[in-house]
Design a protein around this ligand. Structure first.
Ligand code: ADP
Ligand code: MG
Length: 332
């Protein structure tokens, strides 16, 4: 279920990144917007417009496969005691488990029962009772999934949700398809996950705006060639109760929505699925641990708290800050 607010925020991100990304190009891109994975997805390309419809079909088919709530999906079947042989599910599970290990469970696709207990899967938001949360937490743990090859099945009670990685993976898939078709320049915006395919036709980098997590508009612009820019933000999906904001990124070690000072975390890199999972994981880690993790793993990041903008050294020289944002920058 989506909330109008969510759609509005995504639309703002979309207009911003596309507007800024393509501004200045003489040749107009061909563009189409689809609705998949509970969000708006826009494909803009410099090339054969017939490719746009095929991108839409790819996104819709991946959505049908990966949805945790659609009773006909592969993931739903897995979550209800069935098996799956689907190549996308296998690749995503493989990637997810590797990233769960790398982040020591900050990213964990088995957190689904907890995400559901808070109502984030349906939009019927609620604060679960502690015993309900404890029961949901007892089902969480990526280490329990022992899958190597052949068909996948999950241990009793374990349920997965690719919500923290699926859009990044979808971007990689569409990019791969377009490259195979000979495309050399394009921009995908899959609900705030932006993928630059090559550079703009004039050879200059795409300029991707990162949303200001508190104010209106954007916080900074990143020049990007052939990379994904993925942001996890507290503003993206949350509910408020008694003055407290509960966001849809959950700490698998406590069962609670994260509340650690981060407002948004952006990760830039070639592997969009990895950027997506890592933006979620860094968000869970919180500022101190995330800064250490980003440094020791040489990640390209922009991470915002109320007081500071933590930026990896590789991005700090090329980033364009809006207004006086640069005064809060801490280079990692
Ligand atoms: P968005 O989808 O808004 O871009 P994220 O990529 O951060 O944001 O994904 C958040 C989604 O990931 C949640 O809606 C939920 O489905 C799932 N999720 C929440 N917490 C975790 C976690 N710790 N590990 C893996 N997936 C998570
Ligand atoms: Mg993510």
């Amino acid at each position: 279920m989506r909330k109008p607010f969510f759609v509005i925020v995504i639309s703002v991100c979309l207009v911003l990144s596309l507007g800024l990304g393509l501004f200045g190009c003489k040749q107009a891109p061909k563009e189409k917007t689809f609705f998949a994975m509970n969000t708006l997805m826009t494909v803009s390309l410099y090339g054969d417009s017939a490719l746009l419809d095929e991108c839409g079909r790819l996104l819709a088919s991946l959505d049908r496969t990966l949805s945790a709530t659609d009773p006909t999906s592969e993931v739903y079947r897995l979550n209800h005691g069935g098996t799956s042989e689907d190549e996308h599910v296998k690749e995503l599970l493989d990637k997810s488990l590797a990233l769960s290990r790398l982040t020591e469970g900050a990213f964990d696709p088995t957190v689904y029962p907890v995400v559901r207990a808070w109502g984030f899967t349906t939009g019927d938001y609620r604060i679960p009772a502690q015993d309900e949360l404890t029961a949901a937490l007892s089902k969480v743990g990526y280490e329990r999934i022992a899958w190597k090859e052949g068909s996948i099945s999950l241990p009793q009670g374990v349920e997965i949700d690719f919500g923290g990685i699926a859009k990044g993976y979808a971007g990689d898939l569409v990019k791969r398809y377009l490259l195979d078709k000979g495309l050399t320049s394009g921009l995908l915006n899959l609900g705030g996950n932006v993928v630059a395919i090559g550079a703009k036709p004039d050879g200059t980098p795409y300029r991707i705006a990162v949303k200001d997590p508190v104010g209106e508009g954007y916080m900074c612009i990143l020049p990007v060639v052939d990379k994904s820019v993925v942001t996890s933000g507290l503003y993206e999906r949350y509910f408020e109760k008694d003055g407290v904001k509960y966001g849809h990124i959950v700490d698998p070690s406590t069962g609670y929505p994260v509340d650690n000072g981060f407002l948004s975390v952006t990760v830039v890199g070639e592997d969009g699925a990895k950027c997506d999972a890592l933006s979620t994981a860094l968000f869970v880690m919180g500022p101190q641990k995330a800064c250490e993790f980003a440094k020791s793993n040489a990640l390209s990041v922009v991470m915002a708290t109320e007081d500071c903008l933590y930026v990896s050294s590789d991005l700090s020289s090329s980033i364009a800050w809006k207004g006086e944002q640069n005064k809060r920058v801490v280079t990692l």
